[in-house]
Design a protein. Sequence first.
Length: 56
Amino acid sequence: MYGWIFRNLPGPLWFRILTAMLFIAAAVLVLMNFVFPWLSQFNPFTDSTIGGAAGP
């Protein structure tokens, strides 16, 4: 799949490498700023019991 995408990018090799790196950077930026923070609310491993109210 990635080879197909890389072969279908326009331009010479240096431009395809630059374009692919920009696409990867954009995907990482979107994931880190929007997707992962939204998903963290559904993650049960982030619930902490340390420092909570003491039991009876």
